[in-house]
Design a protein around this ligand. Sequence first.
Ligand code: SF4
Length: 365
Amino acid sequence: MKITIPHLGNVYIAVKILFDSLGLDYVIPPLNNREALLWGSKYSPEEICLPFKLMIGNYLAGIHEGADTVLLVGSCGPCRFGEYCELQMKILQQLGHKIDFIVLDPVKSIGLCELLHRMHRVGAYSKKTRMRKLQSLFMAYKAMTLLDDIEKEAHWRAGFEKKPGECKRLLNQCRNAVYSCNDPEKALALLQEYLETIQKIPVSPERNPIKISIIGEIYTVIEPFTNLYIEDVLMDMGISTSRHLTPSWWVKDMLLKTMRLNSRELLKASDEYLPLYIGGHARECIGEAVLAAEEGMDGAIQIFPMGCMPEIVSKAILPSISRQKNLPILTLVVDEMTGEAGYMTRIEAFTDLLERRRGHVYIGS
Ligand code: SF4
């Protein structure tokens, strides 16, 4: 078995640690790029959402490198994500690829036994002991959490840093250093070191930068290629950003969902505007907007792929939150046709507005 995965932010680094630790043969496809989007768009239904197309592009790159199995997480609805794997299997089949799919659906939908069975299918190819397999899972989760913490620190501290560009430089250096390390234990130690280094970056607390919350559809807020690297752009502008939805948040949310203990704070915050679950992470998006206002953020940017059903509902609710909570919100809809220039102009116009609302001219880094 040679296994491959679709991309989602930094998840590939945690997955590499997992596969290295299990001693599995794998292919990590190149990071999302124009080529993946081109191939994905070519073979996907035109009206399907952007994440689907990029995933197809990732699989094709993995298959090109010899992968014969795809590992991905799934959901059984209610939005299109629930149909992703079935449709993707069909497309690859029609293209003449004999590919096995291992889909990790939520416990709530398939039951714990079935989930363990599917996980066992991955582990069965590893010659490691059962204890080592468990350790590997733990290490991958730990890596995912550390990566999320590092990103969170870097994105927030970028607005306060004394040396402009330091947070972004360290964040990129961290990703490269950990990804090129083939020893899982050393990779984890490196992540811990980078977290401590980023936490010690000299900052000016008196700086009071513009603060923006990034909200919206989970794939497009996490995967930088789809949002045209918005967090990097805002870091370059000396703006602090925060985002609740991360890969480790997703794992925790999925596990706690079985006991209805997931994301209590976000869901409670969304109750007034959207008390029902309508698929995707629409409720979380609404909850994040409410919390952004309560936490004193200057504004929020909602990002979602063209045609994303749950986020279209959120988009219709956000103006009420904006008015009632006095929180400016910008919505950016992305697809394979998104032009960089127009996108940047909207971000710049929004940050100008936030600066003017504060009644001072903000000097970026
Ligand atoms: S949440 Fe939106 S973008 Fe994601 S699969 Fe569902 S419809 Fe598509």
